[in-house]
Design a protein around this ligand. Structure first.
Ligand code: ADP
Ligand code: ZN
Length: 437
């Protein structure tokens, strides 16, 4: 079964051929980008007026970096390098609040995304004989539709359950002999607890594999899930600015995620000075789209830290592998797969008049899932001792936070001066989830 390919030629062509095509596609991408006002200014300022100004791949170093905030500032118009009537879909980042980034797709973009997904899943051993249950949210979240289109394109039988509703997930897994699931690692851990309490037995199920991503997890979490469920777990990496899933995916050797370099130009840069780090060393992942027509992105900073694994994989794919994501260069938290910035929580709290100046965001595990508790100090003059009033404040904070960050935090009210005050830089986030998932 190993060494099955979906697009053998692209996956196993020589490095020289791959790089030759990358240069051509990079030049085309620059030309497409130049049709947008945003990139025309940026590129012209850097002395680039045509794709042909880049003579070799390493000339990418002269192309300016693109930051998430710049894309946010373009919302909702975003970047359109094709005529509006060509666009058939948009996604926004799971960026929980305020201003997300928007990515547009034309028909070719949707098709090539489906191909990248199908290619990824075949690399992890999937085939048309599989029954695929997609347990992540459909909608703007790219994990749902992204995986769905790829799985259909590959020819699997797709069960589009979306996220949540564990008893229904288990029933469908049982009734339709699901062989592969796509989920977040924390959800699959949670589902195991639900299985133990359900009417189903592990032996009743036909599950063989899980594709897990959207949040960081460790090798020991993989091993634990594999042992609990008796399956193989494959790591899947992506981000909405690079379509979503289908950027990097593990093959059956499970030793790093092949990054599809025909579609994404991969760089690992020093986050401080944006210079390339030597291959094999940790740096920030920076991607340039090579195929996307509607919204080209040049040298997009992911904020994710990883490293390129040197050497060629046993599977024969030429596309280089990246290691697990080991951290981020910003303070973004990933809570049950949802991205949350502490600054979003602060912005909500500070608009509520009863809230004092000190607050703390507390993260812990509740079974397999993440639990977020926001601890808030309330002004003493508002502390009338009226429980009804306190409850009203608490639920108002909770619903405002939910509107902003999508997840429902627990909210605890504290008396002024009762939360710890840091000596130096305030410690706003206490993360007790452990490095293990
Ligand atoms: P998604 O909708 O897939 O969460 P976002 O753009 O909202 O896409 O979030 C992408 C971020 O999620 C990445 O930049 C990375 O920090 C995190 N992420 C995605 N997949 C993985 C993975 N396999 N391991 C670790 N982190 C991941
Ligand atoms: Zn491989």
């Amino acid at each position: 079964m190993k060494n099955r390919y979906f697009q053998k030629e692209i996956e196993t062509e020589s490095r020289e051929k791959l790089e030759e095509n990358q240069l051509k596609d990079l030049q085309n991408t620059i030309d497409r980008a130049l049709t947008t006002g945003f990139y025309r200014k940026k590129l012209n300022d850097a002395g680039i007026t045509s794709g042909k100004d880049l003579k070799k791949l390493s000339d990418i170093s002269g192309v300016p970096i693109t930051q998430k905030d710049e894309l946010r500032s373009l919302y909702p118009e975003g970047l359109k390098a094709v005529a509006p009537e060509e666009i058939i879909r948009l996604h926004t980042s799971s960026g929980t609040t305020g201003i997300p980034t928007v990515i547009y797709h034309n028909r070719n973009d949707i098709q090539s995304w489906a191909e990248l997904m199908a290619r990824s899943m075949v690399a992890a051993g999937a085939g048309p004989e599989d029954v695929f249950q997609n347990m992540t949210g459909y909608g703007l979240f790219t994990g749902g539709l992204g995986m769905h289109y790829g799985a259909e394109f590959l020819g699997m039988t797709v069960i589009p359950t979306g996220s949540g509703n564990s008893s229904r997930q288990l029933r469908l897994m049982n009734d339709f002999r699901t062989t592969i699931v796509h989920a977040t690692p924390s959800y699959l851990l949670h589902l195991y607890d639900q299985l133990e309490e359900s009417e189903y037995e592990l032996d009743d199920l036909a599950l063989k594999k899980a594709f897990l991503g959207a949040e960081p997890y460790s090798e020991s979490t993989r091993k634990k899930l594999e042992a609990l469920w008796g399956i193989d777990v494959y790591n899947s990496y992506g981000l909405s600015e690079m379509n979503g899933p289908g950027v990097s995916f593990e093959c059956e050797y499970k030793n790093g995620m092949h990054t599809w370099e025909d579609a994404f130009l991969l760089e690992t840069l020093d986050p401080e000075n944006h210079q390339p780090v030597p291959e094999g060393e940790s740096g920030e992942l920076v991607f340039t789209t090579l195929k996307r027509e509607a919204t080209p992105l040049l040298r997009y900073r992911t904020r994710d830290i990883s490293r390129i694994i040197p050497g060629v994989c046993e599977c024969g794919r030429v596309h280089r592998r990246i290691d697990r994501i080991s951290g981020r260069t910003d303070d973004m938290l990933i809570i049950n797969g949802v991205n949350v910035f502490p600054s979003q929580i602060e912005a909500v709290l500070m608009k509520i008049p009863e809230v004092g100046t000190n607050y703390q965001i507390h993260l812990a595990k509740d079974g397999a899932l993440d639990r977020i508790t926001v601890k808030v100090e309330i002004y003493s003059k508002l502390f009338t001792g009226d429980l009804g009033q306190l409850e009203e404040i608490r639920s108002r904070i909770r619903s405002r936070l939910h509107a902003s960050i999508i997840i429902h935090p627990r909210v605890e009210l504290h008396e002024p001066g009762s939360l710890p005050v840091a000596q130096g830089k305030a410690v706003r986030v206490v993360d007790e989830r452990g490095g293990d998932s």
